[in-house]
Design a protein. Structure first.
Length: 337
């Protein structure tokens, strides 16, 4: 009888062990069994760098897993940048493209990445996003705002398109330049001697037609998409901002995803960033050639003269941490390419 009981107990224990093994011992890697739907939203238009990145990111994610459905929503289909961030923070299954100028509302120091002529290359900008300085800022935002940073991509190099020729900083004096409605753009162009005029992008074309503004600044993708070249004559390759785009998710939603899927999302985002940067560079050259074919006079400028003119910008932001500019410059001094 005791032998029978022992055999019965052994069989029960074996059955429990088999069930445990089949269950995988947890749900950390449960993405192979569950279906996920993720929306990616951005205010940018089709064909712009943000869109190029998002499309490649979607491809790479879906190549690695067949249980994730990615839907892209360009052109502000899901609302403004801040409206989409609110949706993500509230728990929506939404990844959002945003700028450091927007994230600066949560931690002003991150806004220095939008400063004119901060770096000479995108490689230096990406380097800054890999430093402890940047990680501390992102950690602060994540802990305070239910926001998780999941990637970084190129937004573009900003240039100036105008009615009158611009070759040196003095040419901008008093010129009404349309800029985004944020502190860094406004104060940046004040430092350059222009009269910055914040306007929604959709108002730019009629404003140029009616003489309300004398020009605009943006990456060439945006200047092309807004057809600014139809109502201006000159493009000055000032390269005054090398802009990155941050991709965020709501922490509660992102943490609900299994670990292996989180890893796929972040890893493929890094790959898409590298690949899309090459595409952006190539297509930017093609757009500039198109502008020239349309009759736009394209001018190289002395960027060092513009950089020197912009130096006063760094004294104009009141809510940065003391010594922020010097700290970032020290980090850049350590960049070895």
């Amino acid at each position: 009888m005791q032998n029978k009981n022992a055999i019965y107990v052994f069989i029960c224990l074996l059955f429990v062990l088999i069930l445990t093994a089949c269950s995988g011992g947890g749900n950390e890697n449960s993405s192979s069994n569950d279906e996920y739907s993720i929306k990616i939203g951005y205010v940018n238009e089709n064909g712009e760098p943000t869109d190029i990145y998002a499309k490649r990111w979607k491809e790479l994610i879906e190549e690695e897993t067949d249980n994730v459905d990615i839907e892209l929503y360009p052109s502000s289909q899901l609302g403004s940048e801040n409206e989409m961030i609110e949706q993500a923070v509230s728990g929506s299954n939404l990844f959002v493209a945003t700028g450091n100028n927007t994230l600066a509302q949560y931690n002003p120091d991150i806004g220095i990445l939008e400063a004119p002529y901060l770096t000479d290359s995108f490689e230096e900008k990406f380097y800054l996003t890999e430093t402890d300085w940047y990680e501390d800022i992102i950690k602060d935002i994540e802990e305070e705002e239910n926001i998780t940073s999941i990637g970084t991509s190129v937004y573009g190099e900003r240039h100036i398109m105008t009615n009158d020729e611009v070759k040196k900083p003095e040419d901008l004096e008093g010129m009404k330049i349309r800029v985004p409605d944020d502190e860094f753009s406004v104060k940046g162009f004040e430092a350059l001697g222009a009269s910055p005029t914040p306007l929604p992008l959709e108002d730019l074309y009629p404003s140029l037609q009616q003489g309300m503004v004398d020009g605009a600044e943006n990456p060439v993708f945006v200047l092309d998409g807004s057809k600014t070249y139809e109502v201006t004559d000159y493009l000055a390759l000032t390269g005054h901002q090398l802009m990155l785009q941050q991709w965020i998710a709501g922490t509660s939603y992102f943490d609900s995803l299994p670990d292996d899927l989180q890893d796929i999302i972040v890893r493929t985002g890094e790959q898409a960033s590298e690949e899309s940067m090459e595409v952006v560079e190539e297509e930017s050259e093609e757009i500039i050639e198109k502008f020239e074919a349309e009759g736009i006079e394209v001018n190289e400028v002395d960027q060092e003269a513009f950089k020197k003119q912009a130096e006063s910008f760094y004294d104009s932001i009141d809510n940065w941490s003391p010594g922020l500019y010097e700290e970032v410059q020290e980090l850049l001094d350590n960049y070895d390419g």
